[in-house]
Design a protein around this ligand. Structure first.
Ligand code: DPP
Ligand code: ZN
Length: 875
C-alpha cells in the first residue's frame, strides 16, 4: 500500500452538490442506489472522475439517465473511474449490492446484535457505495430506507424525517432529509428493534429540540445519565461558546459492537453502548464521567467538525484537538477542574508521550494519516492560555464567521485566533508540524543585592522518524513564585530580550503570569523580589512538554505542601515519586536493599491527612506514577524492576500509614443512594484507593476488610474497587470473589467486560495462561471490539505478564493479532501497536517481540492497517 502525504493534497476536480440515497435492507444483501448531482470544479473541464469503493458489487451505472456499458468505465477492487464524463453539471446514478451481514470490519454498513448501523469515518462510506470519499466533498443528502417492518421497526438517518409509511410484503419505509451540507464520513443509517428515551431541550433562541436516545428496550432505563449529559452539553455550548443546536431532532443510538467510542454523524450520533448505558449498580464513577465527556464530545462536534469540517484527514486535529479540548473544559466545569486536568495529563503521559518518543511519533498535523487527539487538545489549550478566555472566544467566533459550511485546515484555525486578537504567535505553528515532546530545562538564580530572580530556559526536541532536526517552538510557561511562607509573591515586572515588561498594571497585585519561551535558550529576570522564591513552573501544565528544573527535593516538598496551583502541588509529588522510583530501580539492578525515603513518606502522610484538601485530589496525589511512565524515562526499560519498585513503595506506604488508611476507609463509607457529583465521587475515589493500598499488605485483616466492602457495596464503583483490591493477590479469596462476581453479573455484558479487563491486567505471576483460558470463555468473542479491548488490550498493559521475559506474552499477542486481522483490521492494528516500542527493552525481549512482528509481516493477506503499524515498528 502506498502512503498518502499532506503535500500531495489536490483540490477535487468534481464537486457533488446533492446525493439521494435509497437503501433496501435485506437478510442476504442490501441494495444501495445513489443519485448524485455532479459539477466540475473548473468550468468546461472533463478530467476523469475517480470514485472510491470496495467490497461491493456494481449492478448498474447511469450518466444523465443513460446506462453505461462495460468499456465506458473502469472498475478495479478499489475504484470506479469514468474516464471522460460529460462537461458541465450532470447526474450520476449508481446501483450497488453490499453484504452488511458479512461485514465484520465494522466499517461501512454492518449488523450489530441484529440491527443495521453504519460507521463511515474515516473511509467507511466507500464500503456503502462508490463515492469521492474525502471530506472536502460536501453535499446535501436525502436518505430513503426500506426494510421489513417487524424486524426493523425503527429506521433512522441524518436530518429530518420527511415521510414514512407502510409498503407491501410487511415492509415499511422512511425518508430522511438533511438540510446541511456534509462530507460522507458524517453519513449515518440505523435500522432495527430499538426503543428510545425522549426528552426536549429548548435552545436559547427558542428552538424546541426533540432528544432521543435509542437502545434495545431492556436498556432504556440505563440511558438517564446519557440524557442528563446531553442536555448539560447543549446548555454549556450555548453559555460558553454561544453555539446552539441547529435542527429540531437529535438522535443518539447505542450499539454493542463498535470500533471506537462514538461517532458524531450529523444529528444521528452512534455510540459504543459502553459510553451510553449506566446505572449505579452496573457502571462505575469512571464510566459515568466518560459518558458525560463523550456525549459532550460528540455533541460539540456539531459545530467543530460538522458545520466546519476538515479539508483532508491530515487536518484531523482541527476537529479532534479542538473538540477534545471542548469536552475537557465541559467536564472541568461540571466537576473539579484540577482533578480533570490531572487525569488528562496522566493520560497524555501514559499514552501520547510514549508514542511520541517511538517509531509511531507524529506531529499534531501528521504528514500521513494518523490519530492525534490528546496532544491536539493541548495545542488548542495553549491558544487559550496565551489569549485568555475572552480572546479565545473571540478567535472561535471569527473561526465560525469565516468558515461555517467549509472544509478547512489547521492554518485556518490558527489564522482566526491570530486575527481576532491581533496576536503575535511567533513560531507557534511548529506545534502542528513537529513530532516529539520538547524537553525544556530550567535553571534559576536569585540575586539578593539586586533583588532579582532569573530563570534560564533551554529547549530541545529529540529527533523522531523522518524528522532528524527540530526547531525551537513557542512554549507558554505559566508560573508563580512562592515566598518562604508558601504564599505567592506579587510580580511587578520581568526583564527579557533587552526590555522590561510590566506584569502588574493599575497597582493591582498579580501573582501568576505566562512567559513566552520561544528560543533555544533565553532568560527572564524578575525584579523586586524580596527573598529567594521557590518557582512554581508550568502551572496547570501550560504546555505539553517534559520539564527538567533545578528544583531540589526540598523545594519540591515545599511545593507539594504549599503551591496555590493545585495541579502543581500534585505535579511536585509526581516529580518526587518519579525520582524516587528511578533511584530504587537502580538499587534493584545493583542488588541493593530497598529503603523508602522517610521524607517522601512524611509528605504523602500530610497529604492523606489534610482535611482541607479535596478528596479526589488526595486520591490522585497518593497514586504513584504508572510503570509505563517510569519505563519511558529509562535508557533500557526494565519492566520487572519497575514493577517490583512500585509494589515495594505501595506496600511500604500501606504498612507505615495503615492506621490512616483504615480510618480513611471507615470515614468515607456512605449509606446514601448513589449520586453522580464531585463530592460523592471524590469520597469514593479516596476510600477506594485506601482500600487498594491496604490490600497490598496481603494480611488477613485487609482481605477481610475488602471482602466486607465488596459484600456491602451498593454501587459498582465501590464493589469493583473492592474486587480489584482482593484480586491483587493470588489465592483462594481471589478465585472465590472473581467467581462470585461473574455469577452475579453474567447477564450484563458491560460488567462482564470489566471482569475480563481486571483479570487481563493482573500482575499475578503466570497470568498469560489465565488470559489464554479466558479467550475460550463462553462470554468472550473476538468479533466484539469491547471484549478485545478488555481482554487483549488489558493484557498488554501488564508490565509483568505482557513483557514476560520468556516471550509468552508477546507470542499470545502475535497469535491474536493474526486471528483478529481477518475479522477486524482496525481493532487488530490497535492491538499490534503494543509491540511498537519493542526497541526500548533488553535484548532478550527485543528478540521475542521482533520475531512476532516479523511473523506478522510475513503473513499473506495482511490488512493495510496492521501492515502500516507493524512495518513502521520494524523500520
Ligand atoms: N470522530 C469520532 C470521535 O468523536 C471518532 N472516534 O472521536
Ligand atoms: Zn471526536
Amino acid at each position: 500500500p502506498k502512503e498518502i502525504f499532506l503535500k500531495d493534497y489536490k483540490k477535487p476536480d468534481y464537486y457533488f452538490d446533492t446525493v439521494d440515497l435509497r437503501f433496501s435492507l435485506g437478510e442476504e444483501r442490501t441494495i444501495v442506489s445513489s443519485k448524485i448531482s455532479v459539477s466540475p470544479r473548473v468550468e468546461g473541464s472533463s478530467s476523469p472522475l475517480v470514485l472510491n469503493g470496495q467490497d461491493m458489487k456494481l449492478l448498474s451505472l447511469r450518466v444523465n439517465g443513460q446506462e453505461l456499458k462495460e468499456g465506458d468505465y473502469r472498475l478495479d477492487s478499489r475504484h470506479l473511474t469514468l474516464p471522460s464524463p460529460p462537461t458541465g453539471v450532470f447526474t450520476l446514478e449508481i446501483l450497488t449490492e453490499i453484504y452488511p451481514q458479512k461485514n465484520t470490519s465494522l466499517e461501512g454498513l454492518y449488523k450489530s446484535s441484529g440491527n443495521f448501523c453504519t460507521q463511515c469515518e474515516a473511509e467507511g462510506f466507500r464500503k456503502i457505495t462508490y463515492y469521492q470519499d474525502r471530506p472536502d466533498i460536501m453535499a446535501k443528502y436525502t436518505c430513503y430506507i426500506e426494510a421489513d417492518k417487524s424486524l426493523y421497526p425503527v429506521l433512522l438517518s441524518n436530518g429530518n424525517l420527511v415521510e414514512q409509511g407502510d409498503l407491501e410484503g410487511g415492509k415499511h419505509f422512511a425518508l430522511w432529509e438533511d438540510p446541511f451540507k456534509k462530507p460522507c464520513y458524517l453519513f449515518a443509517l440505523v435500522a432495527g428493534q430499538l426503543e428510545s428515551r425522549d426528552d426536549t431541550f429548548v435552545t436559547r433562541s427558542g428552538r424546541k429540540v426533540l432528544l432521543r436516545i435509542w437502545t434495545p428496550a431492556p436498556d432504556v432505563p440505563k440511558t438517564a445519565h446519557a440524557m442528563y449529559s446531553l442536555k448539560a452539553a447543549m446548555k454549556w455550548d450555548e453559555d460558553v461558546f454561544g453555539l446552539e443546536y441547529d435542527l429540531d431532532l437529535f438522535n443518539v443510538v447505542a450499539v454493542p459492537d463498535f470500533n471506537m467510542g462514538a461517532m458524531e454523524n450529523k444529528s444521528l450520533n452512534i455510540f459504543n453502548s459502553k459510553l451510553v448505558l449506566a446505572s449505579p449498580e452496573t457502571a462505575s464513577d469512571a464510566d459515568y464521567a466518560a459518558i458525560l465527556g463523550v456525549i459532550g464530545h460528540e455533541y460539540f462536534h456539531n459545530w467543530t467538525g460538522n458545520r466546519v469540517t476538515c479539508r483532508d484527514w491530515f487536518q484531523l486535529s482541527l476537529k479532534e484537538g479542538l473538540t477534545v479540548f471542548r469536552d475537557q473544559e465541559f467536564s472541568s466545569d461540571m466537576g473539579s477542574r484540577t482533578v480533570k486536568r490531572i487525569a488528562d495529563v496522566m493520560r497524555l503521559r501514559n499514552y501520547q508521550f510514549p508514542q511520541d518518543s517511538g517509531p509511531m511519533a507524529h506531529p499534531v498535523r501528521p504528514h500521513s494519516y494518523i490519530k492525534v487527539y490528546e496532544k491536539g487538545a493541548e495545542v488548542v489549550r495553549m491558544y487559550k492560555t496565551l489569549l485568555g478566555s475572552q480572546g479565545f472566544r473571540k478567535g472561535m467566533d471569527v473561526y465560525f464567521q469565516r468558515h461555517d459550511g467549509q472544509a478547512v485546515t489547521c492554518e485556518d484555525f490558527y489564522a482566526a485566533m491570530r486575527d481576532a486578537n491581533d496576536a503575535d504567535f511567533a513560531n507557534f505553528l511548529l506545534w502542528y508540524s513537529q513530532a516529539g515532546t520538547p524537553l525544556v530545562k530550567v535553571t534559576s538564580f536569585y540575586n539578593p543585592e539586586a533583588r532579582t530572580f532569573s530563570l534560564k530556559f533551554s529547549q530541545e526536541v529529540p529527533p523522531t522518524p523522518g524528522q532528524p532536526v527540530k526547531e525551537p517552538t513557542f512554549i507558554p510557561v505559566a508560573l508563580g513564585l512562592l515566598d518562604s511562607t508558601g504564599k505567592d509573591m506579587p510580580l511587578s515586572s520581568v526583564y527579557h530580550d533587552g526590555k522590561f515588561q510590566t506584569i502588574s498594571s493599575n497597582n493591582e497585585p498579580v501573582y501568576s503570569t505566562v512567559l513566552r519561551v520561544t528560543k533555544k535558550e533565553e532568560e527572564f529576570v524578575f525584579s523586586d523580589i524580596a527573598e529567594r522564591p521557590i518557582p512554581s513552573l508550568l502551572r496547570g501544565y501550560s504546555a505539553p512538554i517534559r520539564l527538567d528544573s533545578d528544583l531540589t527535593d526540598s523545594d519540591l516538598f515545599f511545593l507539594l505542601a504549599h503551591d496555590s496551583d493545585e495541579f502543581n502541588r500534585w505535579e511536585a509529588g509526581q516529580v518526587l515519586a518519579r525520582k524516587l522510583m528511578l533511584s530504587l530501580v537502580a538499587d534493584i539492578q545493583q542488588n541493593k536493599p530497598l529503603v523508602l525515603n522517610p521524607q517522601f513518606l512524611h509528605g504523602l502522610k500530610s497529604i492523606l491527612t489534610d482535611p482541607s484538601l479535596d478528596k479526589e485530589f488526595i486520591a490522585k496525589a497518593i497514586t504513584m506514577p504508572g510503570e509505563g511512565e517510569i519505563m519511558d524515562m529509562m535508557e533500557v526499560a526494565d519492566p520487572d524492576a519497575v514493577y517490583a519498585v512500585r509494589s515495594f513503595i505501595r506496600k511500604q506506604l500501606a504498612h507505615e500509614l495503615k492506621e490512616e488508611l483504615l480510618s480513611t476507609v471507615a470515614n468515607n463509607r456512605s449509606s446514601e443512594e448513589y449520586k453522580f457529583n464531585h463530592p460523592n465521587m471524590a469520597r469514593r475515589a479516596l476510600k477506594n484507593i485506601a482500600l487498594a493500598y491496604l490490600a497490598s499488605l496481603e494480611d488477613p485483616e485487609s482481605t477481610e476488610l475488602a471482602l466486607h466492602e465488596y459484600k456491602s457495596a451498593t454501587n459498582m464503583t465501590e464493589q469493583f474497587a473492592a474486587l480489584a483490591a482482593i484480586a491483587q493477590n493470588p489465592g483462594k479469596a481471589r478465585d472465590d470473589v472473581l467467581a462470585d462476581f461473574y455469577n452475579k453479573w453474567q447477564h450484563d455484558y458491560l460488567v462482564v467486560n470489566k471482569w475480563f479487563a481486571l483479570q487481563a491486567m493482573s500482575d499475578i505471576p503466570g497470568n498469560v495462561e489465565n488470559v489464554r483460558t479466558l479467550l475460550n470463555h463462553p462470554a468472550f468473542d473476538l468479533r466484539n471490539p469491547n471484549k478485545v479491548y478488555s481482554l487483549i488490550g488489558g493484557f498488554c498493559g501488564s508490565p509483568v505478564n505482557f513483557h514476560a521475559k520468556n516471550g509468552s506474552g508477546y507470542r499470545l499477542l502475535g497469535e491474536i493479532v493474526l486471528q483478529l486481522d481477518k475479522l477486524n483490521p482496525q481493532v487488530a492494528s490497535r492491538m499490534v501497536s503494543a509491540f511498537s516500542r519493542w526497541r526500548r527493552y533488553d535484548e532478550t525481549r527485543q528478540n521475542h517481540a521482533k520475531a512476532q512482528l516479523e511473523k506478522i509481516m510475513s503473513t499473506n493477506g495482511l490488512s493495510e492497517n496492521v501492515f502500516e503499524i507493524a512495518s513502521k515498528s520494524l523500520a
